[in-house]
Design a protein around this ligand. Structure first.
Ligand code: 3EB
Length: 325
């Protein structure tokens, strides 16, 4: 897999990511964050509020769809959206099931000519169950890393990601891939997750802090990973949810500056009325305070609040975003 020089055009394109449940022949991906529509992709998490109930991702070309080896897919031109949704026992070790699911996803992506990873979302139950290296999140990371390694993906071929704990006995993995690579951005305030030290688990988490692809009208679509109150590789503000939220704001600001500079796109420097965010909170009661804080930082941004477990047990909130510039 080749990584494209940054000065080159990236042909893989998403025309638009919009809030709302709109119908369009180019609809590549639809997330129903409220969980009401079981035909759509979803997080399997209780929706707590905010203006964002649906995300609709539109491709540049018309969509074809199908199912291969238990992987449901939709294709628009150079882009492929893949989904695996299957039963998962919260009391089990998820490593093998995750490895097998990722192996199937990567094989369908490869066989379709869309082997380049662009964005991944992972939802699984009881993510913090188990002690030390037996924690289900760490076992998830092991299975994911093993499948990626077996398929030949190195740290430069990872993509933006999210991994959140649900309460339904179900593993959901959604993947956006393309025929050409995106551009990965790391956060200067954070150690790259794929280089976290051994203390966080036997295999480091396989994700980039953000991935940029082409958007409409020569813009760039920046897909930002789940971002938590992590500075360097350490959790900061243990036990203080509002301080964690404000640290995330600083992490996101730093990532935007890095992306704007790396990509030469000053329009990416700040979130705007097109930016969408999913806000995962461990304790439902924390949502109103978090929502108020985020609204005062970014009055134009549309948020979805979701009740989910964050992958380190000392993290209380995590935010992912998509923005264009
Ligand atoms: C962190 O910064 C928080 O394993 O795919 C965020 C986003 C986190 C994605 C993943 C984990 C993942 O380490 C955790």
């Amino acid at each position: 897999m080749q990584h494209r020089a940054m000065s080159e055009q990236i042909p893989t394109g998403v025309r638009m990511v919009q809030a709302g449940n709109t119908a369009d022949g180019n609809r590549l991906l639809r997330f129903d964050l409220t969980g009401r529509d079981t035909d759509a992709a979803g997080c399997g998490l209780p929706w707590l509020g905010g203006e964002l109930e649906f995300e609709t991702w539109l491709g540049e070309e018309s969509v074809t769809c199908g199912e291969t080896d238990g992987v449901v897919w939709r294709r628009a031109g150079n882009l492929l959206f893949l989904a695996v949704e299957q039963h998962d026992d919260p009391a089990s070790d998820p490593a093998e099931a995750v490895q097998a699911a990722y192996a199937r996803l990567l094989e369908v992506a490869r066989a379709s000519g869309c082997a380049c990873l662009l964005r991944a979302w992972n939802y699984l139950p009881a993510i913090n169950a188990g002690d030390g290296d037996a924690e289900r999140y760490r076992r998830f990371c092991l299975g994911r890393a093993a499948a990626l390694e077996a398929a030949g993906y190195g740290e430069r071929e990872l993509c933006a990601g999210t991994a959140i704990g649900s309460e339904e006995p179900r593993l959901r993995i959604y993947l956006l891939s393309g025929s050409s690579p995106g551009i990965n951005i790391e956060n200067p305030r954070q150690v790259s997750a794929y280089r976290y030290p051994r203390r966080y688990g036997p295999r480091s988490p396989s994700f980039a802090r953000a991935t940029a692809i082409a958007g409409a009208n020569d813009s760039r679509l920046l897909m930002i990973s789940g971002t938590a109150s992590v500075v360097g590789h350490r959790t900061v503000h243990v036990g203080d949810v509002e301080a964690q939220a404000m640290e995330i704001v600083r992490n996101l600001d730093s990532l935007l500056v890095e992306a704007a500079t790396t990509l030469g796109r000053p329009g990416l420097r700040e979130f705007d009325e097109e930016s969408l965010m999913r806000v995962y909170v461990r304790r439902e009661a924390d949502w109103p305070a978090i929502e108020a804080r985020l609204q005062s930082c970014w009055p134009q941004v549309r948020l979805a609040g979701l009740r989910g477990d964050i992958c380190r047990s000392d993290l209380l909130v995590e935010i992912e975003a998509v923005t264009r510039g």
